[in-house]
Write a protein that binds this ligand. Structure first.
Ligand code: ZN
Ligand code: ZN
Length: 136
């Protein structure tokens, strides 16, 4: 078991954080909630057993808990709307939207989950061509 120190920030850079602990799960989640919250075909979610500390912009962090959900909460920067991590007390775990990280995590994605809720157009790495930026 190794301890990671993962730093990250929001889109505007005002909210900055460090998550310290053991990375445990890394999933691409295709559920409808993740799609709505991320605006994409799936959300890439990393779960870390450890602590979350804000390095800046904590006062900008807003969260929205879906009323009918047991836990689903979208946490984001109030200025730019970029998703940021949250500490989930009931699970004693840090939930990290992987795109908010400024470093490469030590864990690779392990699975796609809730694929039954996915859309036909969502990325599934099914042999599409790759480009480093926009295609020509
Ligand atoms: Zn921001
Ligand atoms: Zn999901």
């Amino acid at each position: 078991m190794s301890t990671s120190m993962l730093s990250g920030s929001c889109l505007c850079g005002e909210v900055r954080f460090i998550a310290t602990g053991e990375t445990q799960r890394f999933y691409h989640c295709h559920c409808k909630r993740c799609r709505k919250a991320s605006g994409t075909g799936h959300a890439s979610n990393l779960f870390l057993k450890g602590t979350l500390s804000w390095e800046g912009g904590e006062d900008l962090v807003k969260s929205y808990k879906l009323p009918e959900a047991e836990r689903f909460t979208n946490t984001f920067c109030g200025t730019c709307g970029g998703r940021v991590p949250r500490f989930v007390e009931s699970l004693d775990i840090v939930f990290i939207p992987a795109g908010s990280l400024d470093v490469e995590p030590d864990l690779a994605p392990q699975a796609r989950i809730f694929t039954g809720s996915g859309t036909d157009w969502s990325c599934d790495e099914a042999g599409l061509p790759g480009f480093s930026e926009y295609p020509d």
